[in-house]
Design a protein around this ligand. Structure first.
Ligand code: ARG
Length: 568
């Protein structure tokens, strides 16, 4: 398929070589109505260079540009308007759909370069709570987007499974813990122990000394310490994996912080060698001068910290995967941490720190009364997901009753729609924005929601079935003359660019918004126009257009990690 936007850019560049392709791309506008063409280019910024008024520049360019893909190029005042040749354009998209079918829009933009994506990364022996949903869902979507664009991805769950708190856990367990009680309900019980030891340590400081000792033992591979730690890790991971299964999210590696502990010594030695460490009251730190606050690498007692482990992690990932990009999907509270991490690598002379990207996001909060909590203030993600599924199931049951007809696989559908609805809400806004989770908004079948987009998809599936659509049926591109049809085709043609943009800016919400708009535009068109009409030519062309919309909605949902059921 021709890339019409690029054609416009090239044409303009041909006339004004002073502007580079990127600058032109930035300036191009999409006209508000079709009588102003399909692309517009404002000539204001050229006035200075060419010492002419913008309208005159636009007029001269309009006369000179000659490209058969455009019916006409004309100027309206200082604007240069491009009108696509509709038949050629329709034919282009039709051909592409018939050639690529479900793969419409796929490219090899990534050229198999490697992207390491780290996301989710909960802490063991701690709740997997609602706050973790964003990193989990955004990371998974970025992975899908990268794969779609032809990148190779490595998905890593950087579990928080190391650190002095595990000395606390061991001490608490040995004092008050009960094996069977924990096995039955691991995380809430482990959390209880952790809360208790922190409480009691206020009056009994020796608990802290013991805990520190246990952590030192753990670092030195003491069998008892290792055994307990492994057990905490195992029972925690089992809980996490239940949630990942519900979410349908996978990782290539569960290499948590502990994985890097054998590499800490070499990491610190390397930092010493490169001369980035200085002494501060017995601790080894990196001093950034005025640039950033100093960062501790080795504490006074000789133990490592979170940042030390991230240093080892970064070095390992570069060596092991030789990444093109390494992405950390972590809340914006940790911005300083990642700034320091990158700054240290830079000080050490590694320019690849520029390829490490902290993809930050804002906080989720729950609307009052949204969830009752199991215990304490924590809302477990698993409970939220199950509640979403149950709520959708209730809606579907009502439908069954009102239709007097049982659904084929209601439970599966409830899962796909319930989980999809939650993911969709998570991915609907710019990631850096804080947002409030609200059931009514999430689960509504109307408006800008997951169920609405899924429902549009299912509706088109049944339309195609009814019309006995067959993808390779010959179609006549002249049969799509309505402006609404051209608008839909134009939107379809932008799919790949939207995905690339989502990738470059690490913003899955570009895709969420795009498919929502596509669904809305289609529904409006469909309300006023019959797809399966009498005229076989028109019918075939409209079916193929509908197929295109359906395919892009399904692919878009897939890039967000959401299923696209064919029946709803
Ligand atoms: N476990 C951490 C937390 O829950 C997130 C880990 C982020 N990743 C990293 N490489 N530091 O806050």
């Amino acid at each position: 398929m021709h890339n019409y936007r690029n054609e416009v850019i090239e044409a303009i560049h041909g006339q004004c070589p002073d502007l580079d392709l990127d600058q032109i791309d930035q300036l191009i506008e999409l006209p508000p109505s079709s009588d102003l063409g399909d692309f517009a280019f404002p000539c204001f910024s050229l006035a200075k260079t060419y010492r002419k008024n913008p309208a005159m520049i636009a007029q001269e360019m309009a006369e000179k540009i000659d490209n058969p893909l455009f019916d006409k190029v004309e100027n309206k005042g200082p604007y240069l308007n491009f009108f696509i040749n509709k038949e050629a354009f329709t034919k282009d998209i039709f051909q592409d759909l018939q050639e690529k079918e479900e793969d419409f829009g796929k490219t090899n933009y990534g050229d198999q370069r490697t992207i390491v994506l780290e996301y989710s990364s909960p802490n063991i022996a701690k709740p997997f709570h609602i706050g973790h949903i964003r990193t989990t869902v955004i990371g998974d979507s970025l992975k899908r987007i990268s794969n779609f664009l032809g990148f190779k991805t490595i998905a890593v769950n950087h579990l928080g499974d190391y650190g002095t708190q595990f000395g606390m856990m061991i001490e608490a367990y040995l004092r008050w813990g009960d094996h069977d009680v924990i096995e039955k309900n691991p995380i809430p019980e482990l959390v209880k122990l952790y809360v208790r030891i922190n409480e009691e340590a206020k009056d009994q400081p020796e608990l802290l000394d013991n805990a520190r000792n246990w952590f030192v033992k753990l670092e030195n591979q003491d069998p008892k310490a290792v055994e307990l730690w492994e057990w905490f890790r195992k029972v925690s991971l089992e809980e996490f994996q239940r949630v990942y299964k519900l979410l349908d999210i996978e990782f290539d590696y569960y290499t948590g912080e502990s994985f890097y502990s054998p590499m800490l010594k070499d990491t610190v030695d390397l930092m010493e060698e490169k001369g980035v460490l200085t002494d501060s009251q017995g601790a080894r730190i990196v001093d950034f001068g005025d640039e950033l606050p100093p960062a501790i690498i080795i504490k006074k007692d000789g133990s490592s910290i979170y940042l030390t482990r991230d240093m080892a992690t970064a070095l390992y990932r570069k060596k092991e995967f030789d990444f093109y990009k390494s992405i950390y999907v972590v809340g914006s509270q940790q911005s300083l941490h990642f700034q320091q991490l990158k700054a240290i690598l830079k000080k050490m002379g590694y320019d690849w720190e520029e390829d490490m990207i902290h993809v930050a996001f804002g906080m989720v909060s729950l609307k009052e009364g949204t969830m009752s909590t199991r215990k304490g203030k924590v809302v477990y993600l698993e409970d939220v997901l199950n509640k979403a599924i149950n709520k959708v199931d209730d809606i579907l049951k009502e439908r069954e009753e009102s239709r007097g007809e049982k659904m084929e696989d209601r439970e599966k559908l409830a899962r796909e729609v319930g989980i999809g609805a939650v993911k969709f809400q998570e991915l609907f806004n710019q990631r850096i924005k804080d947002y409030v989770f609200d059931w009514d908004q999430t689960l509504s079948f109307e408006g800008e929601t997951g169920p609405y987009v899924q429902y549009t998809h299912a509706r088109i599936c049944s339309l195609l079935k009814k019309g006995e659509f067959s993808i390779q049926d010959p179609v006549d591109e002249k049969a799509l003359g309505l402006p609404e049809e051209q608008e839909l085709l134009m939107k379809l043609s932008r799919f790949t660019d939207i995905v690339i943009d989502a990738h470059e800016k690490h913003e899955p919400y570009f895709i969420t918004r795009y498919i929502t708009d596509l669904a809305k535009t289609f529904n409006k068109y469909y309300t006023h126009n019959q797809i399966n009409t009498e005229d076989p030519k028109v019918k075939k062309a409209r079916l193929l257009l509908s197929y295109g919309i359906k395919t892009v909605i399904a692919q878009g949902l897939n890039l967000l990690g959401i299923h696209a059921p064919e029946k709803m």
